[in-house]
Design a protein around this ligand. Structure first.
Ligand SMILES: Cc1cc2nc3c(=O)[nH]c(=O)nc-3n(C[C@H](O)[C@H](O)[C@H](O)COP(=O)(O)OP(=O)(O)OC[C@H]3O[C@@H](n4cnc5c(N)ncnc54)[C@H](O)[C@@H]3O)c2cc1C
Length: 421
């Protein structure tokens, strides 16, 4: 790619979204500084996740049926979804917006967009991998494993919608699933196989991206807390941090779930709730599947990473902290033997759960684009369960926006102003 830019860009946030943005801008020749309040390689949501790249996930979180299901799950302390009840105007407003967005029409309109973003991002991962950005990318597909015939029927229905959208999907019975992944013993009714999905090792990816960014001249400011903005009437000229002010031509906010609080003073409404999730990684699993999978009824993601096996799940809305709820972790652990009978609850003893906070918008779609009120502020966050998948394309689109290149994917639905009055 030809270096043509003379832009000075500050990226707030060194998660997958910030790093992807920094890389894409550096490759256009920009001068990029990445600010993060964590130490180098610190623990953000991008590190311990399930590592899945998911063109199969074309349905946003806000979809018909999710509200009723969530209400049922609220009564079960080990369920995969929970909203911590508390008197919070922001949480109530977010909940109402989520409810209003959970319509068939919104899914119909958002699905082709999510498909296009996911496929474009997958292509970029393949390219990164070919270019030597190491992440152990495995292009082996994803299995949606179903214990019951009822779940299989629902997944088969979704598979048909996937095929209608051009996302390949195959419904398999239990024997066909075992042929596809002979490395693991399963007690299931069947599965849906999405051959275009992939998996990778997110820690390795982040490390490799940081190395590449440094090689291209990107500057990391670590342990650097962004406090506020210094702005004129319609543009920002500096960012105020605990290490002093940092000036730039363009500012990109990729602060994950903390982004909402960072734009209050700019009078931008960016509703986000933390969607807390956990992962547990077995270093020496009794069986090592070949293909990554999701246990459909339990909503648990299982991903081989080298010789280890990671189990991720749970969406606890509304807790902006990294405290661990052992009942939810138990919910993940207890679900595994129901699908994979050679695994025992005891295998997880002594394994320290990791916790991450997904940035969740009320309509389940990312915020991606420039803001109307501030001509040099671009926002890229709110990717919820798909941040890893959508990282590379988000970075590329932000870089195109900053460099005045028309984006091939229409981004109106993702406007960061969509909840601002
Ligand atoms: C259990 C679990 C499993 C998941 N599995 C998958 C998966 O398989 N596939 C997938 O696509 N997605 C998955 N996700 C979702 C994915 O991890 C997130 O969507 C993604 O990591 C969000 O990336 P981000 O860069 O927006 O945020 P983050 O990774 O949280 O990065 C934001 C950064 O901003 C910094 N920051 C915030 N505020 C400030 C400030 N004031 N000053 C300086 N720095 C600041 C933070 O320190 C942080 O480093 C999973 C999530 C969880 C919890």
């Amino acid at each position: 790619m030809i270096a043509v830019s003379s832009l000075k860009i500050v990226v707030v946030g060194g998660g997958i979204i910030g790093l992807s943005t920094a890389l894409a801008c550096l490759r256009r020749g920009a001068d990029v500084t990445i600010i993060d309040r964590l130490a180098s390689g610190g623990d953000n949501c991008s590190r311990g996740n399930a590592g899945m790249i998911v063109p199969s996930h074309f349905v946003p979180l806000a979809a018909p049926g999710i509200f009723g299901q969530a209400m049922k799950w609220m009564l079960d302390p080990e369920s995969p979804f929970h909203v911590k009840p508390r008197l919070s105007w922001d949480l109530m407003k977010w909940g109402l917006r989520f409810y209003l967005a959970s319509t068939a029409n919104q899914v119909k309109e958002a699905s082709p967009l999510l498909r296009d973003l996911n496929f474009a991002s997958r292509d970029l991962y393949v390219r990164w991998n070919d270019e030597g950005i190491q992440c152990s990318l495995a292009k082996k597909g994803l299995l949606m494993l179903c214990c019951t015939e009822k779940a299989l029927e629902e997944e088969a229905h979704l598979a048909q919608r996937a095929r209608d959208l051009g996302v390949p999907a195959q419904v398999l019975n239990a024997d066909e699933t075992s042929v596809l992944d002979p490395n693991v013993t399963l007690t299931i009714a069947g599965s849906v196989y999405y051959p275009k999905d992939c998996h990778l090792d997110p820690s390795q990816l982040l490390e490799s991206l940081r190395n590449e960014i440094t090689k291209l001249g990107g500057v990391f400011k670590t342990d650097c807390l962004v406090k506020s903005w210094k702005a004129g009437s319609n543009s920002i000229y500096a960012i105020e941090t605990n290490q002093g002010d940092i000036e730039a031509d363009e500012f990109v906010l990729c602060g994950g779930v903390w982004s909402e609080g960072l734009v209050h003073s700019l009078k931008i409404q960016l509703p986000l709730q933390p969607g807390k999730g956990y992962s547990l990684t077995l270093p020496n699993p009794i069986e090592l599947p070949n293909v990554c999978s999701i246990l459909c009824e339990a909503k648990v993601a299982i991903t081989p990473m080298g010789s280890a096996l990671r189990f991720g799940g749970t969406m606890q809305i509304g807790e902006l902290n990294q405290s661990i709820d052992p009942r939810r972790v138990d919910g993940i652990v207890k679900s595994v033997p129901k699908f994979m009978p050679r695994f025992r609850v005891q295998h997880f003893e002594g394994i320290q759960p990791w916790c991450g906070l997904r940035p969740v918008s009320p309509d389940g779609l990312p915020y991606l684009g420039r803001t109307k009120a501030w001509k040099n502020l671009t926002i890229a966050t709110g990717h919820a369960m798909m941040g890893l998948s959508l990282g590379p394309i988000t970075g590329e689109l932000v870089s195109q926006i900053l460099h005045g290149i028309p984006t091939k994917i229409p981004l109106d639905r993702l406007s960061p102003d969509r909840y601002s009055v």
